[in-house]
Ligand binder design. Structure first.
Ligand SMILES: Nc1ncnc2c1ncn2[C@@H]1O[C@H](COP(=O)(O)OP(=O)(O)O)[C@@H](O)[C@H]1O
Ligand SMILES: O=C(CO)[C@@H](O)[C@H](O)COP(=O)(O)O
Length: 510
């Protein structure tokens, strides 16, 4: 009879999934689009109140009888966002998001203050890359001095929704890793990174309390009434959307590689020990299930397919039909899809560029295929770093909106030469949040459950959406990937040569 709700505040929309563990079915789903404020300096911002409004709107769309059966819920959120609150808990400014590249200079300043990227990795496990929360603090000090002066508390997007739900300011280790302030080896805030970010104040006093992944909190009765759920509902710790997608795809024990095709593209795998790259080739994050989650993130995944589909005048939902007649490699057309600047490879000021255009391949279908291929090749570029480090995987579990595309599932299988599976529950992060809540409640009840046992029981794969690699396609993609790397070298050399030149304004939003 008991139901568990997962809430995922993604970049483009907030989604709610209500899961029934007895029948292993999602009994309700709702979503609400979120607007993104994009500015020419690379700023990407949202109003935190819009996430709270969207959460209430989604619950309002769910049958009241279903809501009354919810016993626990958990929140997943886009990582790295900077929510600034004053001492009374009021939001001081729009939240700067993970895809905001306006703070690239501040990333460099923080790393210089610690002694360079290598010293950051030694101190905390990660360099400060474009989009990480830490860089948004000095930016706020410079560009929003009134907000900085009144700043009392810093929360991540999912922490903010937890604050709305419980009135408490807490954070678990998975999403905390994406701030750049967490020492991921020790699982505590890094005094060196905090001091380097702001020597003028004790930043530690602004940060939420770190809690374990199985923590449970009481819901604020007023918010329970607003959502139409019982006052007895427990709120689990939640986590970053990739950490919660790890729950929703079963990546809570070692061996499973997950790829999320959302606004961002990510690749991650669970580990029982910290997995730090000395060269900073991946994000050495913690998981939201008690372990670690080394992760690759590209900033332009469905950003690229959306931009090209918009140009071509069709919806990405219809993209598969448009590219059905095109062949792997797009007849030589290559897109470097860095519309929003990029993190993997690390080119925060880069912009997208087309290469190899001729009269035959400059069609909407070729361009859309090149966008899907380019977004996938960026992830392959990150994956190659995992492989160089000795990691090996037997397959890929796909999640995120792009996993709805049969063409994209086959493309991933062919590019990576690995079989692809897709869980029944394609909303991996929201579903994963529901599973984390289920685990925490069962643990609190004294049941001997682990994240792995919960996922083994509840995460199943849909055989109709599996894809197996095709060798001939793989050869064509290998050649296309080499072209991608070749053009990337040229773009990287150009970025190095023009690093002192102001980047051209970016107008394409995620
Ligand atoms: N059938 C499809 N083919 C290709 N892309 C799709 C399809 N369905 C959804 N998408 C893409 O999925 C994206 C949304 O994915 P999602 O994981 O919900 O993003 P986020 O969590 O970043 O908000 C949209 O940009 C959309 O283009
Ligand atoms: O920055 C990262 C991961 O480090 C992104 O993956 C964000 O967490 C946004 O996720 P989506 O909205 O694309 O799901």
């Amino acid at each position: 009879m008991s139901l568990y709700a997962g809430i995922d505040a993604g970049t483009q929309s907030l989604k709610v999934v209500v899961y029934d563990p007895a029948t292993k079915q999602a009994v309700a789903c709702a979503s609400e689009a979120l607007a993104l404020d994009s500015r020419d300096d690379g700023s990407r911002e949202q109003e935190p109140s819009a996430w709270a409004d969207a959460m209430r709107t989604c619950f309002g769309r769910i049958d009241a009888a279903v809501r009354r059966r919810i016993v626990a819920l958990s929140v997943s959120g886009q990582q790295h966002g900077f929510v600034a609150l004053d001492a009374d808990g009021n939001v001081l400014a729009p939240a700067k998001l993970w895809c905001d590249t306006s703070t690239a200079a501040e990333c460099g300043q923080i790393m210089d203050a610690v002694g360079g990227p290598g010293a950051c990795i030694t101190s905390a496990g990660n360099p400060i890359l474009a989009g990480y929360t830490a860089s948004k603090l000095p930016w706020t000090r410079k560009h929003r001095p009134e907000a900085y002066a009144r700043l009392a508390s810093i929360l991540l997007p999912h922490d903010y929704l937890n604050y709305i739900l419980t009135g408490r300011r807490f954070c678990e280790h998975g999403d905390a890793s994406g701030t750049g302030w967490l020492d991921v080896r020790k699982r505590e805030w890094s005094p060196a990174m905090l001091e380097a970010t702001d020597p003028r104040r004790d930043l530690g006093e602004c940060l939420p309390t770190l809690v374990a992944a199985d923590a449970l909190f009481a819901i604020d009765p007023a918010e329970a009434a607003a959502l139409g759920v019982p006052e007895t509902v427990r709120v689990a710790a939640g986590g970053g959307d990739n950490m919660m997608a790890a729950w929703g795809t079963g990546a809570v024990s070692a061996g499973r590689l997950v790829m999320s095709l959302g606004t961002s593209g990510t690749l991650f795998a669970y580990s029982d020990t910290p997995v730090v790259s000395d060269a900073g080739e991946w994000a050495a994050f913690c998981s939201s299930s008690g372990g670690w989650l080394p992760l690759i993130c590209t900033m332009n995944c469905t950003v690229a397919t959306e931009a090209v589909a918009r140009l071509a005048g069709f919806s990405t939902r219809d993209g598969d039909a448009h590219i059905a007649a095109t062949i792997p490699g797009a007849d030589g057309l290559t897109l470097l899809p860095f519309f929003n600047g990029e993190r993997t490879p690390n080119l925060p000021h880069a912009r997208a560029s087309w290469h190899g255009m001729d009269v035959a391949n400059t069609t909407p279908a070729h361009m859309y295929r090149a966008a899907m291929e380019g977004a996938t090749f960026s992830l392959k570029y990150g994956f190659d770093a995992f492989v160089r480090a000795g990691m090996a995987f037997e397959g890929i579990v796909l999640t995120g909106g792009g996993a709805n595309s049969a063409q994209w599932r086959q493309l991933v299988a062919d590019v990576f030469g690995l079989p692809v599976q897709v869980p029944w529950q394609v909303e991996g992060a929201a579903f994963g949040a529901a599973l984390q809540a289920l685990w925490a409640v069962r643990r609190a009840a004294g049941e001997g459950v682990t994240p792995a046992s919960v996922c083994a029981e509840h995460v199943g794969m849909d055989p109709a959406r599996a894809a197996r690699p095709d060798r001939r396609n793989g050869d064509a993609y290998a050649a296309a990937y080499q072209r991608f790397l070749h053009y990337l070298d040229a773009v990287r050399a150009d970025a190095a040569a023009s690093s002192s030149i102001e980047p051209a304004p970016a107008r394409i939003a995620a």
